[in-house]
Design a binder for this molecule. Sequence first.
Ligand code: IPM
Ligand code: MN
Length: 357
Amino acid sequence: MKKNIAVLPGDGVGPEIIAQAQRVLEAVGKRFGHEFVFEFGLIGACAIDECGEPYPQKTHELCQKSDAVLFGAIGDPKFDNNPNAKVRPEQGLLKMRKSLGLFANLRPIAPFDCLIDKSPLKMERIKGADLMIVRELTGGLYFGEPRGRSENGTVAFDTCVYSKEEIVRVAEKAFELARLRRGAVTMVDKANVLATSRLWRETVKELQAEKYPDVELDFMFVDNAAMQLVTAPGKFDVLLTENLFGDILSDEASVITGSIGLLPSASVGKEVSLYEPIHGSYPQAKGKNIANPIATILSAAMMLEYSFGMKLEAQEIRNACQKSIEEGIVTEDLAGNAAKSYGTTEVGDYICRIIEG
Ligand code: IPM
Ligand code: MN
């Protein structure tokens, strides 16, 4: 197969981790006879520096014409520390999600057995945890209007808006994923307080009765879910929730695996899908060859499976990552007290070698 991949390295360690994922894809191509064509685009702080905007039209066109998008990370402290900055790298990410119609963000979370002692949570609690967070990504408080300040600046407001249509399309993804997993969806909301949550509950219940009666559905308030995630994560199969709750819960859930440097994600929508590690741009590590490339490499595996239907190839990447972790060929975030940790490129080398066989 021949596939065109838009590559958006972004800021901070983005270029370093993306380079390793690209090499891994090339190794997969060699081994399985696929051709991956990479074309690069700008996003985030580097795009602001070069063309004044965080998600240039040129990058958008590149994404639209590609078969999938591989994305690194965005963010730069020079913007974080400047509350008056008019354009911010994060706006690029939100604009990209909205304009590519990426309404569902999938974050699979399962600990690697060999790393279970790295999690700050008790081993017996996280053993066997294996969940998929499905986060709505283009609605809710992130995008609702009106938003802003009162005229005298002393009052600020954001608006949470959801339509039935927005709920149905992301819920369908969750039900379909559940069918491929253990067949259970937990919808997380705040229906005891919020009108939008009540619409979510009503809509998801109707949808389940109509189209997915074979999938089990239950509901949980978000405050309770936050607690259950760290006390009994094994309870969840697919966790479906709105944008802001999903943002918060997925960072919380990432501690289950021991390192946020291991977690991939997929953002899917109407057409092209995007794959990225869930961690940020880690600017302190930029250029030091210490960032963990595995989250990005596993994101590339999700791309092969979800966008290209290459299940076997994706599994090959996952096995190679697992092997590098088992053999201790890991970056410093995972090395712990081990005498030696490896660089970003060395971890990439090792994983490529395993794939090439
Ligand atoms: C994420 C990030 C983004 C979000 C930020 C960078 C805007 O935290 O992808 O989870 O809040 O969605
Ligand atoms: Mn987040």
